[in-house]
Write a protein that binds this ligand. Structure first.
Ligand code: ADP
Length: 249
């Protein structure tokens, strides 16, 4: 594995009852990059993500993260190593405030459930300050006291990203971060992704190709479970196999 590769897969394969959803995928993500995984519907993008975070076990192949084979690790251990998937909005508690949601996420990362630890005034005020700074980072300070349920869709995604950042990921997997958003929210989340990518690696599945074009350093195109092309946007968007896969889908 090259020095600057943070995550790589080799021959990654997932079969479902004889159907090969992911077929011998070799993926290599550079440290510090924004890498997009694109492809027509049914290409195997979600299955790939599920394999990377071990929500699914691969049929064959390996996954190496920071030089360590994680193919047999449990999801919680993978998250502990710094490879974290941003969960859908369902991971946010709608009836709790923005501030409380982020505090809960921070509490999860910190000292487990030790009651004495959480009774300390100092710990609670540090937690509060950290939560506020994460909320500031994702642009939600004006909405700090609203419940998560009262936020617009795009702001809920920003909150979801804040709760994920609370886990201090070194590498973040974003599953369609712009799905279902209007233009304003798309721009807001794109700016947020650019900002949080400054000190971490991002791998995202995204359908919005103009977002992919403007954000990604590198793109892997999947079709029918296989890697069709890899490179920067200018290169992959001109590849006749990529054009055909999109038109033919
Ligand atoms: P994408 O995210 O690129 O749209 P998916 O990874 O969701 O693609 O799906 C790839 C293929 O694998 C699809 O044909 C899908 O129907 C199939 N597939 C995904 N999950 C399962 C499953 N649990 N059982 C059977 N087939 C599945």
């Amino acid at each position: 594995m090259a020095e600057d590769t943070i995550l790589s897969t080799s021959g990654l394969t997932k079969e479902f009852a004889g159907f090969t959803a992911v077929n011998s995928v070799d993926l290599s993500v550079r440290r510090g990059s924004i890498h997009a995984l694109i492809g027509p519907n049914g290409a195997g993008k979600t299955t790939c993500f599920n394999l990377l975070t071990k929500f699914l076990a691969p049929t064959r192949g390996s996954i190496v993260y920071n030089g360590r084979d994680i193919s047999r690790e449990k999801p919680a251990e993978i998250a502990r190593l710094g490879l974290v998937r941003s969960f859908q909005i369902s991971a946010v508690f709608p009836q709790l405030s923005v501030l409380t949601n982020v505090r809960i996420a921070l509490q999860r990362r910190k000292r487990g459930d030790s009651f004495d630890f959480w009774r300390s005034e100092r710990v609670l005020s540090e937690l509060d300050a950290e939560a506020r700074s994460l909320i500031e980072a994702v642009g939600l300070t004006p909405f700090l006291g609203l419940t998560a349920g009262e936020l617009s869709y795009g702001r809920k995604r920003a909150l979801e990203i804040a709760t994920t950042l609370a886990l201090e990921p070194e590498m973040l997997l974003l599953d369609e971060p712009m799905a279902g958003m209007g233009r304003e929210d798309v721009e807001r989340i794109a700016a947020l992704i650019r900002k949080i990518s400054k000190n971490r690696t991002i791998l995202m599945v995204e359908h919005n190709l103009s977002v992919v074009a403007s954000l990604s350093d590198r793109i892997t195109v999947l079709a029918r479970g296989q890697v069709l092309a890899e490179g920067d946007y200018a290169t992959v968007s001109k590849d006749p196999r990529v054009i055909e896969a999109y038109i033919g889908s």
